[in-house]
Design a protein around this ligand. Sequence first.
Ligand code: ADP
Ligand code: MG
Length: 559
Amino acid sequence: MANSNLCTPTKHSSDNSISMVRVIARVRPFLPQDGSKESLPCISSLDSSGSEVTVHLKDPYSCRNENYKLDSFYGQEDKNVREIFEREVMPLIPAVVNGSNATVFAYGATGSGKTFIMQGNDEVAGVMPMATASILSMCEKMGGKSVEVSYYEIYNERCYDLLEVKAKEIAILDDKDGRPHLIGLSKIPISSMLDFQETLSCGLQRRKVASTGLNDVSSRSHGILVISVSNGHVIGKLNLIDLAGFLSLYAHLMNCIHTICEYNHCMLHIFILYMFPPGNEDNKKSGNEGVRLHESAKINQSLFALSQVIYALNNNTSRIPYRDSKLTRILQDSLGGTSHAVMVACLNPGEYEQSVRTVSLAARSRRVSNFVHSASKHTPKLQVDMEARLRTWLESKGKAKKQDPSTPRSVNRLNTIKTSGKRMPIHTLSEQRVKKVETETTPMCMRKVLYPINTNVNVNSPKQHSVAADDNTNTPLNKLKAMSCNLKSTLAQEYINFLNTAGKVELLQLKGIGEKMADYILELRDETPLKSLNDLEKIGLSSKQVAIMFGRTAKGLFD
Ligand code: ADP
Ligand code: MG
């Protein structure tokens, strides 16, 4: 059963803040293909207080477990989507019909039930048809309204119209008020469910899908259905989004390797035989042949950008990073402001690791801190605590002199850490980080130590193209070097994404990360997410230690 304490979406009882984006979890039932894992669901809800629910994840094969707070929880027993629709989506519809925007996302790993909840199947209606039916019937009662449908996908950070005969790329342009517009996107008028079904099935056929061993209809793009309601002047929009499934760090690495495969079969063969001797179970399980590096990096990056935007909205931060991905840029007018949204974290009951990753990112997006007035934003309690704890840790590692208890605790004198040979006041770290990101002025010495790993790698840059372009002129050795560099850069970026999203238990599984380090990473990223490996220096590591830590993780993947 769904959590009985569900109340109207958007209000959190724990404090006075309003949640712009409601974050809920939904566990799909076991399926025959889940095999022996059946009877052992790894996710349940523990308790609920007000409008919060504690989601408990337990690995049935070990003692590992984690708890996260979300807005609501729908367990395996909730077999049909109607209850979720009525409680979570229906409350958004009157506002849409009256000219506001709203968004519903299905988020989760491949095979977790995203498409099922959004589209449904022949027997069970999903959110898309149910929302359309409600909108049509409401408009009919009110009169004077027209309804149109658009359907597009974002694949590799490019937009394609799915209702054109030949899926065509769509450009995004901002109007004078900074609102994004999809230029030339088809809008099909509908007045009945038959019109809708015809339109949707046309679009679905055109949607790019790439099969994986885990789910043969898994989509590698974000599919966005937009139902627009107009009264001639004001237009309200409901965006219903079936997000692409994220890939785990391991699956991602496998994709990197397959990308190399596309460039050079022979070299890859040697590389794989060396790194992955035959019989590696994980390798077999992921089986993501054909899924390209570029594609998976874009998916993970845009999902992370989305979670950042939701976090910023729910926490009332001064800057919402809409521009960090195409999806969030397009949704700018439907996320924030007067719009409301629901994020459904879809979970497979037999996949503990995957579920922890999904729920931890969802919980992180949701977290609503007590409202902080902008004047006091830069002196939070967290930072004071961090300083004290960091100091104790550094002392225990012999990196800072023990504090004489009689000395008064002056922030300027005491709260310093050693970074690249210079002592740096901790209270200026945030500003320094901002400057670094803006000006890209990483000290040369740091670059040297970390070379050849590009710690500020931008996965947007078309690095693979440069490798391909050089193919004719490069020697095989140069090609291998370039590919390895590519692999390292992408892995570094994926490592950062992982540090920004993983739960504590997951962090502890990385080589080189212990209890305290995991705590510091969690606290540091809450303040500002890590952008590059260099940011790890903010918790007192030297650039060399960072490089070693990353190197151990990378190596660990091959053990
Ligand atoms: P995703 O889109 O996340 O990759 P799917 O929606 O394709 O996952 O779901 C994976 C499988 O699980 C499909 O076979 C789907 O029919 C099944 N499934 C998901 N949710 C349910 C449910 N509530 N009841 C029955 N089957 C479900
Ligand atoms: Mg799907």
